[in-house]
Design a protein around this ligand. Structure first.
Ligand code: MF3
Ligand code: CO
Length: 261
């Protein structure tokens, strides 16, 4: 199995010292604060472009840099993925509508390190299905984080996410995965949100992982739109995305992109 092999190579994994993990708090705290601030201004009628401008202004005030803008030519600081858009939705001048389900993905570079997180938020009142999808995606992220202890294997995270999501009748996106993070936005290892337990590299204190389940209400298949960025579900079903940057310490996971530390 190709992916199981790639799970095995821990050569590229960069371990961080406790001091470096502390330094990573700066960028990651800014991610958490700005995402929360963006969430608070989401409402029907606002455009995703306006959300992006707001996020970029906050970044400037913090003297921090976007992790995404310019990354492989990505044009904005924020990814805004609406309804059947899975990830990498590019902000537009189209106003959000009551009932939309909006995923916000945001990354920051500051003090030598990257931080990365995503949330999914309802725009006004949303359908019961949308609300359940959002809640299962968020809980799936925490199911994954619960496995982030040294001695566990990488795919214990994957299995925890997949079994929870599928147990709730939804599907897990395969084409995109979580990742190590540190002095680069994307480091080893790749972290699939599916797979059997007990496979892949052993988790060790000093690893910092961006865990990010992307889940669909219908089938798991996605396609990329003409713009070369926006990933959407093939069947048009709703999609949700949550992400945290998590450090593995001797005593367990520390969520660096959480507002309460
Ligand atoms: N948060 C995403 C990731 O983890 C988004 C990066 S792609 C970008 O990979 F182009 F938008 F920067
Ligand atoms: Co990420």
């Amino acid at each position: 199995m190709i992916y199981a092999k790639s799970l095995m190579k821990d050569r590229g994994v960069v371990l961080k010292s406790p001091r470096e993990i502390d330094e990573m708090r700066v960028a990651n705290r800014i991610v958490a604060e700005i995402l929360e601030a963006v969430k608070e201004i989401v409402r029907p009628g606002i455009t995703t472009d306006e959300l992006n401008v707001f996020a970029e202004e906050r970044l400037r005030k913090k003297k921090a840099k976007s992790a995404f803008k310019g990354y492989r030519g990505y044009p904005k600081a924020l990814c805004t993925s609406v309804n059947s858009q899975v990830v990498h939705g590019v902000p537009t001048k189209t106003p959000l509508k009551e009932g939309d389900l909006l995923s916000l993905d945001f990354g920051v570079y500051c003090s030598g390190f990257y931080g990365d997180a995503a949330i999914t938020v309802p725009v006004g009142l949303v359908s019961e299905e949308a609300m359940k999808l959002k809640e299962v995606a968020e809980k799936a992220l925490y199911k994954g984080i619960e496995k982030v202890y040294q001695g566990n294997r990488l795919s214990d995270i994957s299995y925890a996410v997949q079994s929870f999501v599928e147990g709730n009748g939804f599907s897990v996106v395969r084409e995109f995965v979580g990742h190590g993070i540190g002095r680069s936005l994307h480091e080893e290892p790749q972290i699939p949100n599916y797979g059997p337990p007990g496979v892949g590299i052993k988790l060790r204190a000093g690893m910092v992982l961006a865990i990010e389940p992307m889940i669909n209400a219908g089938g798991s298949e996605v396609k990329i739109l003409q713009d070369g960025w926006t990933a959407v579900t093939k069947d048009g079903s709703l999609s949700a995305h949550f992400e945290h940057t998590v450090a593995i310490t001797e005593t367990g996971p520390v969520i660096l992109t959480s507002l309460d530390g």
